[in-house]
Design a binder for this molecule. Sequence first.
Ligand SMILES: [Ca+2]
Length: 332
Amino acid sequence: MKLSTLSLALCLVASSLGIFTQAASATTISVKTEVVNIRVNTIAEGLENIWGMAFLPDGSILVTERTGRMRIISTTGKVGEPLTGLPPIVAKGQGGLLDVVLAPDFASSQKIYFSYTEPGEGDLSDSNSTAVSFATLNGNKLENLTRVFSQQPKINSNHHFGSRLVWAPDGTLFITLGDRYSEKDSAQTLDNHLGKVVRIHADGSVPKDNPFVNTTGALPEIWSIGHRNMQGAAINPNSKVLWTGEHGPQGGDELNIDQGGKNYGWPVITYGENYGGGKIGEGTHKVGMEQPSYKWIPSIATAGFIFYTGDKFPQWQNNILLASLKEKHSYA
Ligand SMILES: [Ca+2]
């Protein structure tokens, strides 16, 4: 059955509504489950695998289709033609055109930033990795395309691209990066971008206060390590710090308060197990590795989330609304 991806995305947010309450400084999260009735209005139809979206100042929406297209949906739901000017994109498996965000200075610069699966070149033409570029939006055209980040190394895998983009209050950009599934042990070492959060300036340069800039052999973009695949990330409006949501394997999806220089454990510690059963790593705790702030067993397949800061539902203020890729009802 072919579903409208946009209405599906909204359905997932709405029907998998988890309402989280947490204090700004807490390292664990209390969760309450509410039954809420939400009327879902389909805004637009016929789109394929929407992965990211960003609201433009006039209320229209930039959307990415994972298959490699970006479009603008007007405030009346009119679906625009695909934008021109995207870079080469590998649309296979979980890869393709992924997140999109406006630059903090979009009003003056017209810049947008987006993440995608970038093909390798030459001997690496069968391989790929997550990359981030910006471009200026001019009508239906993307111009002045500039790549600011390319995950290293490239891997022959169609899995675990991570790829959520979040601006920090200081104007730096966080990028979540998956372990590519076949390279999970690399999430523990500093010589690669697999299973990491990285932090860069808007022009792609490395902030001097990144945690590993003075560590020999470490890639200086790295912010935190020991991650599996993070498809959700947001800045907590109270504490102003990064939170990330992470897919576990079979069980053990996580929410983490994602601090610079910390090790979030994968694949040494996890609350999940191999698909079909079987232990992964050493257990659930280890000195020097962070516990998740919240975990789901069984997995809900945690995806995008936001901290709610609107004025329509005061009881949800600063709570997280989180999309699940598998649950169709509220979870306990
Ligand atoms: Ca973890």
